[in-house]
Design a protein around this ligand. Structure first.
Ligand code: ZN
Length: 435
C-alpha cells in the first residue's frame, strides 16, 4: 500500500508532464493527427524498454541475418524514411534469420524485418511501405498505449518507481505476466492497423517513395494467404477495407514526380539473400529431424554440415550444430562453432550461452565466465546462465559469488529446470561453508 500513497502524491505531476502530446503529420496536402496516449511512459523509458527486448527478438528469430551489406541496406532505407517521422528516436532496422513472412516493431523505434519477408518483396517501394508501416506503429505510440492498458496504473507506478532506484524496469516488465512475449507478438487492433497504414503512406511518400508499394505488399500477402497465411497477416489483420482505405488515401495525395518505385540495389540485395536460401532450407530440415521423436541427430548433423559448407557464416546453423555437439558432450567442437557464431552475431544469446556452458565442461572457467556474462547481459531473465555461472565460480572456489548465482538461478527458474535439485543442494552446502 505504501507505493499507492506515494502514487497519489505523484499523480498530479504525472498528469501535468504528460498532457498535450499530440503530433500532426502532413504530406502531399493531407494532414492527420496522432494522439500520444496517457504519456505514463516517458520517451527514454520506452527506448530503454525496447532496447532490452532486442536480444529477445534476435533469439526468437534465430539470430540476425549475417550479412552486413544486407543489414546496412535495410537500415539505411529505414532511416531515410524515419527522418520524416515526428518522433525523434534512435531508430534502427534489423534483418533477422527466419523465413516466416513478417515484420515487427519494438518500443523505442527498433524495427525488425524477417529474411522471409524480404524474399517475397518485388521492389524497393514495397520494402519502404513495410518499414514505413512499422514506423507508423512506433509513431502512433501503439506499444505505450498497449502497456498502459494492460498494466494498469499501479503496476506502471511500480515500474516507474523502480526506475529511479535501478534502471532495470525492462527486466521487471518481462517478469510481469510474460509481457515480454506479448510485446514481441503484439496483435494490433484494426484501428491501429489503419492508423499505421495511413502514417506509413504519408512517411514513405515524404521520403520520396511511391506509396503504392504498401498496396502491392497487401496483394502479395493476400496471394500467399491462399496457400499459407503469412505471419504478418496474423499480427496485422488485413481485411479488404484496409486495402480500399489505403487506395483512397493515395488518391488524395498531391501527385509528385520522380517517386521511387524501385532501384537496382534492391535486386542486388535480394540476390544476396536468395544465394543463402538453400543453406537456410537445410537448417530447417535439420530442425525437423531434431523435432522427430526420437530425434534423428545423425541426419540433423548431415543437413547442418551441408548448410554450413554452403554458407559458412550461417550463424543459425552454427549455433544449432554447437548445441548438438554440446548435448553429446563434444565440448571442443561445440566451442569452435559457438564462438564463431558469437563473432558473427554479438546480439544472439544462444551461442554465447553454449560457448560458456561448453567452456565450463572443458574446465576453462575464465572463458566460461566471460561468455556466460555476455549471455546474462543479453537476456538477464534466463536462469540457466546463472546456474552455470554458479558452477564456474564454485569450481574457482569463489563460494560467495557461487552462492549468489545459485540463488538467482532458482529465483528465476520456477520449478522447470533439471538442475534445480542440484542447485538447492549446492546452496545448502555453501551456506554451511559460508556461515
Ligand atoms: Zn501493422
Amino acid at each position: 500500500m505504501k507505493f499507492l500513497k506515494k502514487f497519489i502524491l505523484l499523480l498530479p505531476l504525472l498528469i501535468f508532464t504528460s498532457c498535450g502530446e499530440v503530433y500532426y503529420v502532413s504530406s502531399g496536402g493531407y494532414t492527420t493527427k496522432i494522439s500520444g496516449g496517457l504519456g505514463l511512459i516517458s520517451k527514454s523509458q520506452e527506448i530503454q524498454l525496447g532496447k532490452s527486448y532486442i536480444p529477445l527478438a534476435v533469439e526468437e528469430n534465430n539470430g540476425l541475418y549475417p550479412d552486413k551489406v544486407v543489414q546496412n541496406y535495410v537500415n539505411n532505407i529505414g532511416l531515410k524514411i524515419a527522418k520524416y517521422t515526428p518522433r525523434k528516436l534512435p531508430y534502427r532496422f534489423y534483418v533477422v534469420n527466419t523465413d516466416i513472412v513478417n515484420a515487427f516493431a519494438l518500443p523505442g523505434g527498433y524495427i525488425f524485418i524477417n529474411r522471409g519477408l524480404l524474399l517475397v518483396l518485388e521492389n524497393e517501394s514495397q520494402l519502404a511501405g513495410v518499414l514505413a508501416h512499422e514506423l507508423g506503429h512506433v509513431n502512433a505510440k501503439h506499444h505505450a498505449k498497449f502497456m498502459e492498458k494492460m498494466l494498469g496504473i499501479n503496476i506502471l507506478y511500480n515500474i516507474l518507481g523502480s526506475t529511479i532506484a535501478d534502471k532495470s524496469y525492462g527486466q521487471l516488465l518481462l517478469q510481469i505476466g510474460g509481457l515480454g512475449v506479448k510485446l514481441l507478438s503484439l496483435k494490433w487492433s484494426r484501428d491501429q492497423e489503419r492508423e499505421a497504414d495511413k502514417l506509413g503512406i504519408l512517411f514513405s511518400y515524404k521520403a520520396g517513395y511511391d506509396p503504392k508499394g504498401l498496396l502491392q505488399t497487401f496483394r502479395i500477402f493476400q496471394k500467399l494467404g491462399k496457400v499459407d497465411a503469412p505471419e504478418w497477416m496474423l499480427t496485422h489483420p488485413l481485411p479488404q477495407n484496409r486495402y480500399i482505405e489505403v487506395k483512397k488515401l493515395i488518391i488524395k495525395l498531391r501527385p509528385k514526380p520522380n517517386l521511387i518505385k524501385d532501384t537496382p540495389e534492391f535486386h542486388k540485395i535480394k540476390k544476396r539473400i536468395l544465394s543463402t536460401k538453400k543453406s537456410y532450407d537445410l537448417y530447417k530440415l535439420a530442425l525437423k529431424e531434431l523435432a522427430k521423436k526420437p530425434s534423428n541427430v545423425f541426419n540433423a548433423l548431415n543437413y547442418l554440415n551441408k548448410s554450413i559448407s554452403l554458407f559458412p557464416n550461417n550463424n543459425a546453423s552454427l549455433t544449432l550444430r554447437a548445441l548438438i555437439y554440446a548435448k553429446n558432450k563434444n565440448y571442443k567442437k561445440a566451442v569452435v562453432d559457438s564462438v564463431k557464431a558469437c563473432k558473427i552475431d554479438n546480439l544472439y544469446f544462444s551461442p554465447h550461452f553454449i560457448a560458456g556452458y561448453s567452456y565450463y565442461y572443458l574446465k576453462d572457467y575464465n572463458r566460461a565466465i566471460l561468455y556466460l556474462n555476455r549471455a546474462k547481459k543479453l537476456i538477464p531473465q534466463q536462469p540457466d546462465t546463472y546456474y552455470y555461472l554458479g558452477r564456474a565460480y564454485e569450481d574457482k572456489k569463489n563460494y560467495s559469488l557461487a552462492f549468489r548465482y545459485y540463488e538467482k538461478a532458482l529465483k528465476l527458474s520456477n520449478g522447470k529446470r533439471g538442475w534445480e535439485a542440484d542447485a538447492k543442494l549446492r546452496l545448502k552446502r555453501l551456506e554451511k561453508y559460508l556461515r
